[in-house]
Structures are given as structure tokens and as C-alpha cells.
Design a protein around this ligand. Structure first.
Ligand code: FCX
Length: 442
């Protein structure tokens, strides 16, 4: 049984060589044109970033080191007594490109559990915040303040060699991942169940098992399994999305992993990104209320048109890259299909029925490049079913925090790789409109 460090020690030199060859042999190869529409259009489709752990195909969806979600479900170890992918086996795959054995997965779970308790000053910091402060603001503050512990930063100040950066980056990344559940659960406890005792971390449980336990739902096996799957498949979605790109940019300044990920969290907190699953739930509940007992495909269709005609987007549909139903949406739907209680839940049923109607309506509407559901179309309704109902008022909206626990898997993986590959500080060239016009005339 190897540790994740030992596997990385083997993989890093190979990837360093691959990059060296790419630079020397193909440094001038062209990957695409930069058009004005890229510069003024949010860089959509511009191939301009290196990101190792996953690549998003518009049709097939996400692949983690070449593996689809269905592949991962077959090969990645689950928790004892569980069936779903867990954060540790996904993290191992993202970091190393290899599939961990059961024993390696357990060993990583134990290491994270042993590092999982929060330092006292973080507990005090979080407890001192008003319960009306947005949970994502609190999460970002806690993550940033944990950089008091940063081994990377301490080593940098001592003056280590560039080739050693990644080893300290890895230690910080594992420390931070280990502490995220206790931090996220403390925020939940303080806002929704003030005064309720928080359980200690169980050294025999996986990361998400402990998270669910600290949230207060440890006896709900189905919710635990759902969150294992949820957190594994939200972990990485290539590099250009706002949270991943932000943490990558901040990390490129050699700010430590805590600061880099805190920055990424604040990008995740925006309504066009990580907040969309709450929007979906709110919209589907409004639909349910308005349509009452008589929900048919026809009445859903009318509701969809009403949303579109009022100038709003249909939440949970469309995507910047995807042009097919999101395989993460499909995986969450499959989870529902195997559980009768979920199949009977009115909101889960409504999400399914909406999916049967919405793509045709969005095609007819003709605006969105992708009329299919993204992951957010399905994720919130299952949380709601299991009792995690805190999504309504903005200051009590918790769902994005769960996303924030998950996305650390991908962002921190890339942080380690960016340091291992010695990637430089990001510094794209910007242009004013006058400068663009001048260039076009030349
Ligand atoms: N309903 C109605 N109109 C939509 C739409 C939808 N679901 N999705 C896109 N459109 C519209 C756009 O608003 C745009 O209109 P405009 O020309 O008047 O500005 C036009 O279609 C073309 O947009 P498109 O290129 O297809 O999409 P973008 O890459 O610009 O935007 C998002 C992608 C995801 C932001 C967009 O589809 C959207 O707003 N969807 C609803 C919100 C959502 O589900 N977000 C979650 C995304 C994701 F999963 C995540 O990051 O977490």
C-alpha cells in the first residue's frame, strides 16, 4: 500500500518531462485563433489554460483523467457499507491519475480524519460571526484564516527551492481538505442549530461520512451516500469555470493554497455559478405551487414559456461548454431511480417531468446554445427531500457551502500540479476597445 505522496513522487517527474517536451517541441503550435468575440465574450471557448485533472467534452461531459462518471462509479472504491464514489478515491484519482486500492483509500480517509479538527482560533472566529452573515462568506473567511497553518508559506519564507514547492503545497492541500467538513458543519450548526453540540471526528469514517455526521444527519445512510456522490462528482469540472480559474490565478502568485482556495470560493458564491441549484429549487417550488394538483406535461410547458417570456432564464438549463445533458445530472437522476422514497417525492418527480419537457421548449425558444439540464437541475431537490431545507433567504442559503467543500478537490489538485510543473504567474494581455479597433485596422 502506497501513500498518495509516494504515488505522486513517481508521477511528478513524468509530467515534468511531458511539459518540457511540449514547450521545447511544440511551443509554437497553434491551438486556435483569438477573435474579438473571445475578448468581449468572457473568453468562452478560448483554449488558454493548463489544467491536468479533468477535461470537459461538450458532448460527453466531464472526464477525470479520461474516466467518465460511469467509469469512476465502476472502479473507484466506496465507503465501507456504501456504494457511491467517495471524496478520497476521487481525490486520489484527480491528484495522481491512478485508481486507488481499497486499502489506499482507507488510509487516506484515516489521514484526513486525523487532521480534521479545527484549531481553536478558527472555532472562535466562526463562532464570533453573526448568524446573518452569508454561509459562503463565513466559509471563505475560515479557509483564508487557516493559512495561519500554511506549511507552504512557512517554507517559502525559509527560502526553499522551486522544485520543492509542490510537496508543501500537497501538505497544505491535505490539511485544508481534512478541515473543510468541520468548518462547513460548524457554520451550519451556528446558523441553524445554535448551541447544539458538534460531534467529534470519527477516525474510522470517510470525509463525507464525518461531514454528514457533524451536520447532524449521520443516521441517514441515503443522505450520506447522496452527499458522497454529490461531493465526488462536483469535485472538478476542468479549469475555466469561475471558481477553478480564480483559485488558479491567485495560486499563480504563490499565495498559499488556503488563500487561493478562499478566492475560488468567493467566485463559487455567485448566482450564475454555484448558487444556481438553489434557484432551481425555488423555481420548481413556485411551479408546484402555481400548478397545484394538476401537473401535466402541457402545464409545465406553459410555465416554462411564462418564465422565458418574462425574460428570465430557466435555472438548471444551459451551460458554457456542455451541449448535451450533463452526465452529473444523469448520475444524480440514477441515484433517485434506485430509491422508491425519492421517486415518490413530488419535487423529485417534478424535476424529472420538467426534464421531459424543457429541452424541446428551450430549442423552440432558440436562444440558449444548450437546451439540456446541467447538474444544478437535480442536486437541490434531493437535499431538500432528506431534510436539508436551508436554501431560501440569501443569508441562510447553505447549499453552495456543500459545493464549496467539494470543489476543493479539483482546485487544490491543480494547485499542487501548478507548483510541480513550475507554472508561471498568470498574466494575459488585455486591450481597450480603441486598441482592438487599431489592431483590426492594421
Ligand atoms: N434559459 C433561458 N435562456 C438561456 C438559458 C436558459 N437556461 N441559458 C442560456 N440562455 C440564453 C442566454 O441568457 C443568452 O441570452 P442573451 O443572448 O440574451 O444574452 C443566450 O441564451 C445564449 O447563451 P449561451 O451561450 O447558451 O449560454 P452562456 O454560456 O452565456 O451561459 C449559463 C451559460 C449556464 C450561465 C446559462 O445557460 C444560464 O444562465 N443558465 C441558467 C443558470 C444555471 O443553470 N447556471 C448553472 C451553470 C453551471 F452548471 C454552474 O456553473 O454551476
Amino acid at each position: 500500500t502506497k501513500t498518495v505522496r509516494e504515488v505522486l513522487e513517481e508521477v511528478v517527474p513524468k509530467k515534468q518531462l511531458q511539459l518540457k517536451q511540449l514547450k521545447t517541441e511544440h511551443g509554437q503550435a497553434v491551438l486556435g485563433d483569438v477573435k474579438v468575440e473571445h475578448v468581449v465574450g468572457g473568453m468562452r471557448g478560448l483554449k488558454a489554460m493548463l489544467w491536468e485533472a479533468s477535461v470537459l467534452d461538450p458532448i460527453e461531459g466531464i472526464r477525470f483523467h479520461g474516466l467518465s462518471i460511469a467509469d469512476c462509479q465502476k472502479v473507484l472504491p466506496a465507503a465501507p457499507g456504501g456504494k457511491e464514489i467517495i471524496a478520497e478515491s476521487m481525490l486520489w484519482l484527480l491528484l495522481t491519475g491512478k485508481i486507488p486500492t481499497e486499502a489506499e483509500t482507507r488510509q487516506l480517509s484515516r489521514e484526513l480524519a486525523e487532521k480534521g479538527e479545527l484549531p481553536e482560533y478558527i472555532e472562535k472566529l466562526i463562532d464570533s460571526l453573526p448568524s446573518t452573515l452569508h454561509p459562503m462568506t463565513q466559509l471563505g473567511m475560515g479557509v483564508a484564516a487557516l493559512n495561519h497553518e500554511s506549511k507552504f508559506q512557512q517554507a517559502y519564507e525559509r527560502g526553499i527551492k522551486k522544485s520543492e514547492y509542490w510537496t508543501y503545497a500537497l501538505e497544505d492541500s491535505l490539511d485544508l481538505l481534512a478541515k473543510l467538513p468541520a468548518l462547513a458543519a460548524r457554520i451550519y450548526r451556528n446558523i441553524y442549530n445554535p448551541g447544539k453540540p458538534l460531534p467529534k471526528i470519527n477516525k474510522d469514517l470517510d470525509l463525507v461520512g464525518n461531514y454528514v455526521n457533524m451536520l447532524g444527519y449521520g443516521d441517514n445512510h441515503d443522505l450520506t451516500e447522496y452527499l458522497r456522490l454529490y461531493i465526488a462528482i462536483h469535485g472538478d469540472h476542468e479549469g475555466g469555470n469561475a471558481s477553478a480559474h480564480t483559485s488558479h490565478l491567485v495560486g499563480s502568485t504563490l499565495a498559499d493554497p488556503y488563500l487561493a482556495y478562499a478566492a475560488g470560493l468567493y467566485a463559487l458564491a455567485g448566482p450564475l455559478h454555484g448558487l444556481a441549484n438553489q434557484e432551481v429549487l425555488r423555481w420548481q417550488m413556485n411551479m408546484q405551487k402555481e400548478l397545484g394538483g394538476n401537473i401535466t406535461h402541457e402545464s409545465i410547458k406553459e410555465f416554462l414559456w411564462k418564465t422565458l417570456k418574462s425574460g428570465q432564464v430557466v435555472p438548471g438549463y444551459g451551460h458554457g461548454v456542455l451541449r448535451n445533458p450533463d452526465p452529473r445530472f444523469m448520475a444524480l437522476q440514477q441515484f433517485c431511480d434506485t430509491r422508491p422514497a425519492l421517486l415518490q417525492d413530488p419535487i423529485v418527480q417534478l424535476v424529472k417531468k420538467t426534464y421531459e419537457v424543457a429541452p424541446a421548449v428551450l430549442k423552440e425558444h432558440g436562444k440558449t446554445k444548450n437546451p439540456y439540464p446541467n447538474v444544478d437541475a437535480a442536486s437541490g431537490c434531493v437535499l431538500y427531500h432528506y431534510g436539508l431545507t436551508q436554501f431560501k433567504a440569501s443569508h441562510t442559503a447553505y447549499y453552495t457551502v456543500i459545493f464549496g467543500v467539494s470543489r476543493a478537490l479539483g482546485c487544490l489538485t491543480q494547485y499542487v500540479w501548478s507548483r510541480a510543473l513550475g507554472l508561471p504567474i498568470e498574466r494575459p494581455k488585455s486591450l481597450s476597445m480603441d486598441a482592438i479597433e487599431k489592431l483590426i485596422k492594421q
